[in-house]
Design a protein around this ligand. Structure first.
Ligand code: COA
Length: 181
């Protein structure tokens, strides 16, 4: 994904920064918890499987995924991630993904981060359409998208494998009417 500026999150507790190799253990520490992965397609067995998500801006192509660390302002520790995969420069679309360690749930952090990333994608990363796919049982994630004004477009049957079985996912979109940069 190419972008003209980094996202600027205004928040008291967390900031957004590039996802680094040194974050992988903190990320894996909560991604392996059933309460975190049960309503997603995540199936990670080791922290090293997460390493391809680390990035630096100079190495990104127009179609590269980009996922940010959500880090505590107090000590820079990763407590979540959010960003875009399945980026299509031709169609000017990108798919949003996000997760938080359960200790941070219930504070509006995911809503604040995703809201900033949606604005950023529309205004600074060439995306007319931001989409998100949510396993039909994932109520917390659906509430994040509802709060941000996403439209639920329909249910995609057997859309993505969920740890060995096909899962039904809702398709959500947030489309800007402004011309993309
Ligand atoms: C999806 C996920 C990030 C949502 O986390 P969350 O804590 O529910 O979302 P937010 O950080 O936006 O917090 C919203 C909650 O905080 C409350 N809240 C408190 N202050 C708030 C504020 N200033 N603004 C918005 N919400 C606020 C809301 O009422 C809401 O509570 P509710 O759960 O009772 O509705 C989290 O459940 C998660 O990591 N799940 C596992 C991974 C996952 O499913 N990822 C998405 C895959 S599609």
């Amino acid at each position: 994904m190419h972008f003209t500026r980094l996202p600027e999150l205004k928040h008291d507790i967390v900031c957004l920064r590039a996802l680094e190799m040194s974050d992988m253990d903190d990320w894996y520490d909560y991604l392996r918890l059933p309460v975190v992965f049960e309503h997603t397609s995540w199936n990670v067995q080791t922290a090293s499987e997460l390493a391809p998500n680390a990035w630096c801006a100079q190495e990104l192509s127009a179609s590269s995924p980009v996922r940010f660390a959500i880090a505590l302002k107090s000590d820079n520790r990763l407590v979540g991630t959010a960003g875009f995969h399945t980026v299509s420069p031709v169609n000017q679309t990108a798919e949003l993904a996000y997760d938080l360690t359960p200790e941070m749930w219930g504070n509006g952090i995911a809503t604040a981060v995703c809201g900033e990333l949606v604005t950023w994608a529309h205004t600074s990363a060439n995306s007319i359409r931001v989409q998100a796919t949510v396993l039909e049982s994932n109520k917390r994630s659906a509430r994040v998208l509802d709060r941000l004004g996403f439209s639920r477009e329909g249910l995609l049957l057997s859309y993505r494998e969920v740890r060995g079985a096909p899962g039904n996912f809702y398709m959500y979109s947030h489309v800007t009417t402004e011309p993309a940069v």
